[in-house]
Each structure stands twice: as C-alpha cells, then as structure tokens.
Design a binder for this molecule. Sequence first.
Ligand code: NDP
Length: 457
Amino acid sequence: MAFKGENQMTDILQMVKSKDPNEKEFHQAVGEVMESVKPVLDRNPQYRKAKIIERLVEPERVIMFRVPWLDDQGEIQVNRGFRIEMNSAIGPYKGGLRFHPSVNLGILKFLAFEQVFKNALTTLPMGGGKGGSDFNPKGKSDNEVMRFCQSFMTELFRYIGPNTDVPAGDIGVGGREIGYLFGMYKKLRNEFSGVLTGKSLNWGGSLIRPEATGYGSVYFAAEMLSARNKNLEGATCLVSGSGNVAQYTVEKLLDIGARVVTLSDSSGYIYDEEGINREKLEFIKTLKQIKRGRIAEYAQKYSSAVYTPVDPSLEYNPLWNHKAMCAFPSATQNEINAKDAQNLVNNGIRVVCEGANMPTMPEGIAIFLENGTLYGLGKAANAGGVSVSGLEMTQNSMRLSWTREEVDNRLKMIMQSIHKTCLDTAEQYGTPGNYVNGANIAGFVKVVDAMMDQGLV
Ligand code: NDP
C-alpha cells in the first residue's frame, strides 16, 4: 500500500545516507523506524510540517575525543572515545557504553537511535544516548583497563551528569569498567551521584541490574506466548552470546523450566544436547566474568557439548540451524541474516526474542513476519536493562535501596506494559501481532509529541 508521504520518506532516508554514507547500521535502524511510522505521519500532517523526522535523525550532540593511555609495557596507546547524545525530549540522555574494536560513529548512532524509542517504551522518563570506544578490553590486564577507563572519563565527565546524561554498560563494559569510570568521575567532580548505572551494590547499584536485560527478554517472550495461551515450559531454546545478556537469559529460562542448548562467543558456539543446567551456567559465569576465557572451554569441560568454531566461509551461522521452539539472539547486531532466519523457520521456530540490539537483518525480519513467527524486536524485548537502570536512578535520587523482589516485580510489570503497548499499537495501526510496528510507532509518538510540545530546540 502506498502512503501519501512515501516520496518524502524516501528523500529523507536518501538524505541520511548521503550525509553519512559509511554509517550503514545507522541507515538500517532509521530505515526500519521510518517504514513503521509512515501511517502515523499520514494521520498527523503536523509532524511533517514540523520536520520531525529530519530532527529525529540528527543527534542533539556528538562528542568525539582522544583517549591516550599507558599499557603495562609503558607504551603509549591511543583510542577514540564517543558519546552520542541523541534525544532528550522525555528525559536525560540514557544508554550504555560499548568498548569493542568494531566501535565507530555509525554503530553508536544506530544504538543511540534505537535507544530513544526503547527508552520511550519503558514508561520511565529517559532520553536516548550511547557511547563507547574502539578500545578492546580482551587480553588487557585490570590495570590497563583501569588506566583506559580513567583516561576516557577525564574527557567524558564534562558532558555527563545525573540530570544530563547517565551512561551504563554494554558490550565490553560490565561492573569492573563501571567501577573505574565512576571512581574517576567522583574524583573529578568531587561528587557522589547517580551518574552511571550498573554500579556495584555497596556503592549505589540496584539489585537485579546485572540480570535485568536477560530476565526482561525472557519475560517478554513469556508475554508473547501467554497472549496466545502458550508458555515456555519445556521449550528448547537457542541462545547466542555468552556475556551479560546471554547468561541471565539462560538463568531465567532455567527458572521457568525451559531447555537451553546453545551459547556462543565471537570464536564459535557450543551445542549441548543434554541442556545447560545450573551447574554448567555457573561454570559459564565464572569463565566469562572472572577468568575472561573462551566458550570453547565449555566443551572441554562437558562431554555432552560439541564446539563449532566460526567458519568465515559459511554464509550462515550453524548455531541457528538446530531444532528449537525459541531463539534468543544475545550477542551483537546483524547476527541473523536471511539464510539464518529461513533455517530457524525450517526448524520450527515459534518465538524470536532479541536480547541484543538489532541482531536480525531486515531480510531476516521479513522472513519471520511472513511466517508468523512471534518476533520480539530488541527495542522492546531487551528494554529490561535500561528499565532497571532507570530504577537505579530513582533509588539513587531517593537515597534508598529496594529489595530484589521489589525490583524484579517492577521489571516484570514494565515488560508486561511494553508488550501490551506494542500489541495494542500494532492493532490500532492495522497490523495486529506485528511487534516491529507496535514498538516503533508507540516509541515514536511519545518522543515526537514531547518534541512538538517543547518547540523548535
Ligand atoms: P557482553 O560484552 O557481556 O557480551 C557480548 C557477547 O557477545 C560475548 O559473548 C561476545 O563474544 C559476543 N559478541 C560480541 N561481539 C560479537 C561479534 N562481533 N561477533 C560475535 N559475537 C560477538 O555484552 P552484553 O551481553 O551486555 O551485550 C550483548 C548484546 O545485548 C549487545 O547487542 C548489546 O547492545 C545488547 N544489550 C545489552 C544490554 C545490557 O544491559 N548489557 C541492554 C540491552 C541490550 P566475545 O567475548 O568473543 O567478544
């Protein structure tokens, strides 16, 4: 069906592409949202007049800076640091920091753009931002990581604050990095405040924050199924990644009686026919959080598991070619291409629930939607992490700590609310069951209405 503003939308996407031709992940993220919101623009000509899309795709502020640091050999290293302050219409900028050699402006702009709509869905007052560095924490000593984090913060501290911009973790940034970053911020500002989330419990962190993204993703999958009178009990699940999101996805799946058979890292994946039980999960947590080892070691320890290294000559990822009812991609962007999506569908997949940000390529999403797969996109399904970050900010402001049960209940309620909002919005716009449209439209309307209220700023 053609929409009145079809040409205008194509022009805007073209403009975004020609302005920054190398930012392909950003183009992908913008393209997906624009496709979903066409009918909203047709119903609301005031948005077009206000050039709302043109304003949304332009970050409010982009900060890029040099991060020099000394390695253990006394050699000088130089990395690049970034913070994208994308949109503050509904609250302070909020979003994680990613430390990974692949980090560049395009990847962080895509993540910041997604974050704007995700945060709007959470019901909490948070704008969208994202940041990070091309620093690779792998193989670095704790002291090197500390020196890097300190140098990174000596520049970033100028731009962030508990009412301005509140970063958190993402790939390569966990409790250790947040600790070093917080320490330096506190020293520079002489102020103990809730400027970062994902802090340790004894200095301002929230219970359930480490678990929140994984738990939330499973709560979202459970909601998708429960709306169809089904559940996850006994379901065979494929999980990718083996970091923060993947570990707590497995933990919650075990809590509710599902069976998880895969995990991965950037070197390969394991398939454990017997399923990953609690003891094996504890092994993974120690392996990844403390020893910082590789997933291949799982198969050395447990003979029920087969390890398959990454084969760059393959056009698909064999992890997604096993029989299962649910898939929880929880590693990184674009990890499911069209062939992977087709393999999943051929193997009888019913639910795809994204712990990672934008793990499915557009052609893969189309295959899921055509085949009636319950497809929970990252923006909605992985919003549990930032939601509990929002709850951490609330606890910091109130100077108190909620119990585990209190935070977990709030997380569950937020995930249920996000699910309902997506479902209702999709229905309202004539695409029942389409979570992509539901999430994009609901997030978009909340943010752009706030922008309209606040005038041309
Ligand atoms: P971690 O750094 O804890 O773990 C990342 C995992 O993904 C590791 O197993 C890593 O393997 C793997 N991985 C990373 N990059 C690649 C790659 N290019 N190819 C293959 N595997 C890769 O990060 P998180 O678990 O925090 O984040 C995972 C995903 O979830 C990301 O997309 C992130 O944006 C998203 N997310 C995270 C949230 C959070 O609260 N942490 C919130 C919402 C979304 P290896 O160790 O070999 O690099």
